[in-house]
Design a protein. Structure first.
Lengths: 324, 293, 322
C-alpha cells in the first residue's frame, strides 16, 4: 500500500448533502451530491475525475478546496486535517491549495484590471508589496502563463476567453501552491484554445512540481492528460483506473468510453447498446445507482450498494458484476 | 510558446465614457441641462430671485404675470417666480437628503440580508415586503400623523417610504453577484467577508441602486409636494411647491397662475429626472439588473 | 444532382461580411458535417439556408442556394415558409429554448403535421405518438402529455427531432444538436440521427465543433474558418490526409489515444473577430505554412485532383509544382 506521505491529499468517507426547502414552510428535499468518497491524490501526478451531470465532481472539487463544507467525512492535506483548521490556518493553507474555475468569462471581476486581479491574492493574504515589487510580481505571473506584459493594464472584457483563463491560472499560482484543483478549465473554450491551455498546464506541472486534480466530462481529454482516472456516477466513485489505458471494469465506465467518439472515422463505435437516462440525484434508488441502465444488473444490484474494492494494481471498482 | 494577438490599450474617450453617453442623447442632454439649471437656481436663490419669498404686497395681490412679476403674484402679493425658486430649495433638499439616507440604509440592510442570508434575510425581507405593500403616500401620511408636520418629519417619512425599494434592489443585486465565479474565486484566495462585500459586491451593485435612487428622487419630489399640499410638509412661510399649489387651489378660476406654475415646475422637474435616469440606465447598460427586484 | 447545392454564398449583416464564398453540397441519405470553432460562421450558414437572415438584419449578398432545383435566394417569404418545416427542418442547439414552455410537447409536435400536412387533431396525435415511438421515447403516449420542463435534456432533444421529422422533410439541418447534452446521451442522439438518415433517406447537415462526432457520424466534411471554407472532403480523407493547415492543426488539437504527453499544442493566437478579419487569407496570421501571397490575395476554393477542395495558397503551390 502507498505510504501516507506519498499522497498529498487523502479523502475518507466524504459526503455532502444539500437541503432545499420549498417555500417558507414547505417540505425540504435532500440532494446527496457526494456520498462515501474515499480517494487518495498522489503527489506530482494528475488525478482526473470524470462523470456526467449530477455525478458530484464539481461538488467534490469545491469540497477539496473548502469552498463547501462536507456533511461527513474528512480531507487531509499533507497531514493537516482541513476540518480542524482555524480561519487563519485555512487562510495559510490556501497558499498551497488553489482552484482554477470553469468559466473564464465570469472568473474575474469586470471592474478590476488584470494587474488588480493578479495582485488580489497578495492583498487578501495580507502580503504588503511596494510598487516595484507589485509590478515585478504582475510581470512574473504574466510570463508564467505566457501572456504579454502589456495586458496588465487592460480589463477582462478586452481579453479573449483563452487569455482570461490563463489569468485565472496565474492568480491561482500567485503563491506557488503545491496542489491545483481544476474544475473543467477548458469546457467553455474552443478546441484549439483548449489544447493551448492543456499544453500550458503540462508545462507548468513540470516547471513548478504541481499536483493536479483535473475535473472534466471529456473522457478523451482526461485519458490524454491524467495519470489516474476516477469515474463518478450520481455522487459515488464507481471506478478508479490506475492508468489511462487500463481496461474499464465497471459497466458505466465502459458506457462512457463507448460514448466518447475517437477523432478517427475508421474507429466508429457500435452504440446500439446504450439506453436510459441519468437518474435524478434527488431520488436515488436503493441499490446501485446505475442498475436501471445496466445490461448486467440483477436483484443484488438493485438491493445493495456495491462497495469500492481495490486490487493489487490500484484498480478500484464498485460493482457486483465487473467486466473482464 | 503561443504568441497571443498583440493588444493595444483603449484610449480614454469622452464620447465612450458614461457622461459622454448620457449627454450625447437628446433626452439626456436636455434633461441634464434642465436639472443642472434647477440646482443652480436653488443654490443661488438668495442672489437671483427678484423679490424675497416672503415679501408681501397686498396692493398687487393675485395679479396676472407682468413685467414686474414674470409669473404673477399670489394672494398675499408675493412674487410667484421667487417663491418657486425658493421652493426648489425646499423640494430638492428634502427629497435628495431623504433619498440619500434611504439609499444608504437600504444598501446596508439589503447587503446584509443578501450576503448572510438565513434568519437575518428572512427578517429583513418580511419587514420590507410588508412596507412594500403600502403605497408610499399612505406610509408617509401615517408617519407624519404620528410625528407631526414639518420639514424633518417629511424627510423621515419619505426616507422610510422608499426604503423598501433600495433594500430589495440591493439584496437582489447581492444575491445574484454572490453566485458569480469571481466571488467564488476570491473566497478561494482566502478573502474575508469584508473584502468580498466591499471590494466586489458593493461596487458592482452600486450602479443600479444609485440610478434607482435618482428616479426615486423624482417620486419623492411629488410626495413632498403632496404632503405640502395637505399642509403637512414645510410650514409657512417657507415656500414649497405643494403648499403653493394648495393655497392656489382656492383661486384656481380667478388666479390660475398661482397653482399652474408650481404644478408645471413639479411636473417638468420629475419628467426631467425620469428622462435623465433613463439615459443613465442606457449608458450604464444596467437595464437587466433593474428588472430583478 | 445534389439535394442541396450552396455556391459562392456571401452574406451581409450591417455592412459586415461574416460569410464569404461558402460552397458545398449535400446528397440524399448522406450526413454532411459543417465543422468550425466559434466565429466560423456555421450557424449563420444554417440561417442563410433557412432564409432566416432578415431576422438578424442580414441578407444574401451574392451566391446561390439551390434546394431540389429551387433557387432559395430568389424565393419570396411565403414560398420559404412552405418549405420550412415541411421540406427543410431545423434542429437548434438548445432544446430548452426551442420548445414552448407552456404547451404540452405532444401538441407542439402535432402543430407541424397539422400545419404542413393538413391532418386533423386525432390523426396528428396518432402520427406524433408513432413517431415518438420510432425515436425510442419510452412511454410515448404518456410523454405526449408532458410539459417540456418535466423532461430531461436528452428527452427534450428527442422531442425536437420528432418535430423536425413530423412533416417528412428531405433535408434536416441540426445546429450543434448535442452540445448541451451529457456524453452518454449525446451518443444516443447521434446514433438516432444516423439511423434516421439510413432508414428514411433524409439528408442531414450536422453542424458541430466536435471532431469526434464528425468522425463517428459524417460522410462528408466541410471545415469553416472565419466565414470561409478552408477545406472540404470525405470524412476518411479529411482525417487521414488533411490538406489545409487549419484542418491539420485542428485535428492535432484533439486528444486521442496514443498521443505522447506534451504533444498537444493548440493553434497560436485566436480566432479573429468579425470586425477585424485579416486581409487575404483569414488564417494567415496563425498559419505555419504562410507565404508572401497569403495576406495579399484570398485563396480560391480549388477542387483537388483526388477529390475534395481546399482554399490555400500553399497547397495550390504544391499542386502546381508537384
Amino acid at each position: 500500500m502507498a505510504e501516507p506521505m506519498r499522497d498529498l491529499v487523502q479523502i475518507r468517507g466524504l459526503g455532502k448533502t444539500f437541503e432545499s426547502r420549498k417555500g417558507l414552510l414547505g417540505e425540504s428535499r435532500r440532494l446527496k451530491a457526494v456520498t462515501a468518497v474515499d480517494l487518495d491524490i498522489p503527489r506530482g501526478k494528475v488525478t482526473g475525475v470524470v462523470g456526467e451531470s449530477g455525478c458530484g465532481k464539481s461538488t467534490l472539487a469545491r469540497l477539496v478546496v473548502r469552498l463547501l463544507r462536507p456533511s461527513e467525512g474528512s480531507i487531509t492535506f499533507d497531514g493537516a486535517d482541513l476540518q480542524q483548521q482555524s480561519n487563519a490556518g485555512m487562510r495559510r493553507l490556501r497558499r498551497r491549495i488553489q482552484m482554477v474555475f470553469q468559466d473564464p468569462y465570469s472568473a474575474i471581476d469586470p471592474r478590476y484590471t488584470i494587474a488588480d486581479a493578479l495582485l488580489e491574492p497578495f492583498q487578501v493574504q495580507g502580503v504588503r508589496l511596494s510598487l516595484a515589487e507589485a509590478r515585478a510580481k504582475v510581470d512574473e505571473l504574466l510570463d508564467m502563463v505566457r501572456l504579454g506584459r502589456e495586458l496588465a493594464s487592460s480589463y477582462p472584457h478586452q481579453l479573449s476567453g483563452g487569455q482570461r483563463q490563463r489569468i485565472g491560472i496565474a492568480r491561482a499560482l500567485a503563491f506557488r501552491p503545491d496542489f491545483l484543483v481544476l474544475d473543467e478549465p477548458t469546457a467553455s473554450l474552443d478546441v484549439s484554445i483548449q489544447a493551448q491551455i492543456v499544453a500550458l498546464l503540462e508545462q507548468l506541472k513540470t516547471e513548478l512540481g504541481l499536483t493536479y486534480l483535473f475535473i472534466s466530462h471529456d473522457l478523451g481529454l482526461v485519458r490524454y492528460f491524467c495519470d489516474r482516472i476516477v469515474v463518478m456516477y450520481l455522487g459515488r466513485v464507481v471506478e478508479i483506473l490506475p492508468e489511462p489505458r487500463a481496461k474499464p471494469r465497471h459497466p458505466y465506465t465502459r458506457t462512457l468510453l463507448d460514448s466518447t467518439f475517437a477523432p478517427d472515422p475508421t474507429q466508429r463505435r457500435d452504440i446500439s447498446r446504450l439506453t436510459g437516462e441519468i437518474a435524478s440525484a434527488y431520488d436515488l434508488p436503493a441499490g446501485c445507482a446505475f442498475a436501471a441502465r445496466c445490461a448486467f444488473a440483477d436483484e443484488t444490484c438493485r438491493a445493495k450498494v456495491p462497495e469500492l474494492m481495490t486490487d493489487a494494481f490500484g484498480h478500484a471498482t464498485a460493482c457486483f458484476h465487473p467486466l473482464n | 510558446m503561443s504568441a497571443e494577438a498583440t493588444f493595444t490599450p483603449r484610449r480614454a474617450d469622452f464620447r465612450r465614457s458614461v457622461a459622454g453617453k448620457v449627454l450625447s442623447t437628446p433626452k439626456g442632454a436636455i434633461a441634464g441641462a434642465y436639472l443642472f439649471l434647477l440646482v443652480l437656481l436653488a443654490i443661488f436663490a438668495p442672489w437671483i430671485t427678484p423679490y424675497p419669498y416672503d415679501a408681501q404686497n397686498l396692493q398687487v395681490a393675485s395679479q396676472a404675470p407682468s413685467w414686474a412679476h414674470w409669473l404673477g403674484t399670489d394672494e398675499f402679493g408675493r412674487d410667484v417666480l421667487s417663491r418657486i425658486i425658493y421652493g426648489a430649495r425646499t423640494s430638492l433638499s428634502v427629497s435628495t437628503t431623504a433619498i440619500a439616507v434611504s439609499v444608504f440604509v437600504g444598501m446596508v440592510l439589503g447587503a446584509a440580508a443578501g450576503y448572510f442570508g438565513g434568519l437575518l434575510d428572512r427578517a429583513v425581507t418580511t419587514v420590507v415586503d410588508l412596507s412594500w405593500s403600502f403605497p408610499e403616500i399612505l406610509l408617509a401620511l401615517i408617519l407624519v400623523a404620528i410625528v407631526g408636520p414639518g420639514l424633518h418629519s417629511t424627510m423621515f417619512a419619505i426616507g422610510i417610504a422608499y426604503l423598501a425599494q433600495f433594500t430589495r434592489l440591493t439584496r437582489a443585486q447581492i444575491l445574484s453577484l454572490k453566485g458569480e465565479t469571481y466571488v467564488e474565486a476570491t473566497i478561494n484566495l482566502g478573502a474575508s467577508h469584508a473584502h468580498i462585500v466591499f471590494r466586489h459586491l458593493m461596487p458592482n451593485a452600486l450602479a443600479p441602486v444609485i440610478v434607482c435612487g435618482m428616479l426615486a428622487t423624482g417620486d419623492a419630489i411629488i410626495l413632498e409636494a403632496t404632503l405640502g399640499f395637505f399642509g403637512l410638509g414645510a410650514q409657512p412661510p417657507v415656500p414649497s411647491w405643494g403648499a403653493m399649489m394648495s393655497s392656489g387651489s382656492a383661486l384656481i378660476f380667478k388666479a390660475p397662475w398661482i397653482i399652474i406654475f408650481p404644478g408645471l415646475v413639479v411636473a417638468i422637474s420629475v419628467i426631467a429626472i425620469n428622462l435623465f435616469g433613463d439615459a443613465l440606465i442606457r449608458a450604464l447598460d444596467i437595464r437587466a439588473s433593474l428588472r430583478e427586484v | 444532382m445534389a439535394l442541396l447545392e450552396v455556391s459562392d454564398l456571401s452574406i451581409d449583416i450591417a455592412g459586415i461580411k461574416p460569410l464569404d464564398g461558402i460552397g458545398f453540397s449535400v446528397d440524399e441519405g448522406r450526413i454532411l458535417g459543417l465543422v468550425g470553432e466559434s466565429g466560423s460562421g456555421k450557424s449563420l450558414t444554417a440561417l442563410s439556408i433557412m432564409g432566416l437572415l432578415p431576422l438578424i438584419g442580414g441578407r444574401v449578398e451574392r451566391g446561390s442556394i439551390r434546394f431540389d432545383g429551387i433557387e432559395l435566394t430568389a424565393q419570396p417569404e411565403p414560398a420559404l415558409r412552405r418549405l420550412r418545416g415541411r421540406r427543410i427542418a431545423f434542429i437548434s442547439q438548445n432544446p430548452m429554448t426551442s420548445l414552448d414552455p407552456v404547451m404540452r410537447v405532444g401538441a407542439q409536435i402535432d402543430q407541424v403535421s397539422r400545419l404542413h400536412l393538413g391532418l386533423d387533431a386525432k390523426a396528428a396525435a396518432a402520427r406524433s405518438i408513432a413517431l415518438m415511438e420510432r425515436l425510442r421515447i419510452p412511454a410515448a403516449a404518456t410523454v405526449y402529455h408532458h410539459y417540456p420542463h418535466e423532461l430531461s435534456g436528452g428527452m427534450k432533444q428527442r422531442i425536437v427531432i420528432t418535430m423536425a421529422l413530423s412533416a417528412d422533410p428531405d433535408l434536416i439541418i441540426a445546429d450543434e444538436p448535442t452540445t448541451a447534452l451529457d456524453v452518454t446521451i449525446q451518443a444516443q442522439i447521434v446514433q438516432l440521427l444516423m439511423e434516421l438518415v439510413r432508414d428514411r433517406g433524409v439528408a442531414l447537415i450536422l453542424i458541430t465543433h466536435d471532431m469526434g462526432v464528425v468522425a463517428q457520424a459524417c460522410d462528408h466534411v466541410v471545415v469553416l474558418y472565419a466565414g470561409r471554407v478552408a477545406e472540404s472532403n470525405g470524412v476518411k480523407e479529411i482525417f487521414a490526409a488533411p490538406r489545409h493547415p487549419y484542418t491539420k492543426a485542428l485535428i492535432r488539437c484533439i486528444p486521442r489515444d496514443g498521443m505522447t504527453p506534451g504533444s498537444l499544442a493548440g493553434i497560436p493566437g485566436s480566432v479573429p473577430s468579425v470586425a477585424k478579419y485579416p486581409s487575404g487569407c483569414r488564417f494567415h496570421p496563425r498559419c505555419p505554412d504562410v507565404l508572401k501571397i497569403c495576406p495579399e490575395a484570398v485563396p480560391p476554393l480549388e477542387p483537388q485532383p483526388f477529390g475534395g477542395a481546399v482554399a490555400c495558397h500553399a497547397v495550390a503551390a504544391r499542386v502546381t509544382h508537384g
